[in-house]
Write a protein that binds this ligand. Structure first.
Ligand SMILES: [Zn+2]
Ligand SMILES: [Zn+2]
Length: 130
């Protein structure tokens, strides 16, 4: 590969932004990548910053996914508790309230389904970042 700007010069690397071959005279080393001197410096610096930020944000993103899992489990438990209250109310009440019983069963079933579903996601999550 030859330098894009000096065809007679052997390139030492390529610009991380535009991909052109660069000789030592044209290349500026930004630590984690080369850039065309005076042309792509800002672009390459932005790309490097972006990658750095993503790497730093990765653990936070993982915590967010795990946090989301516990929020889902909490709401599943909330649904199940609501269903239990409905069932208890429907069973202990003097009057017959089939709708309350049906609602209670629905809430319980939904909560249970939600709990199993969120656990399935929590188990799958660690494999997702590998
Ligand atoms: Zn460039
Ligand atoms: Zn050059």
């Amino acid at each position: 590969m030859h330098c894009f700007y000096h065809r007679e010069q052997e390139a030492v690397g390529s610009c991380k932004s535009c991909g052109k071959g660069l000789c030592p005279e044209c290349a500026i080393d930004l630590g984690k990548g080369l850039a065309c001197r005076g042309r792509c410096e800002a672009d390459v610096q932005a790309v490097i910053d972006l990658v750095d930020r993503n790497i730093r944000l990765q653990p936070a993103a993982n915590r967010l996914i795990q946090g989301g899992g516990s929020v889902r489990i909490a709401s599943a438990l909330f649904f199940m508790a609501t269903g239990a209250v409905f069932l208890f109310y429907g069973l202990t009440s003097d009057r017959e309230m089939p709708m309350v019983l049906v609602l209670g069963v629905c809430f319980l079933a939904y909560g249970l389904f939600y709990l199993l579903w969120s656990r399935a996601i929590a188990v799958r999550a660690p494999k997702a970042d590998a």
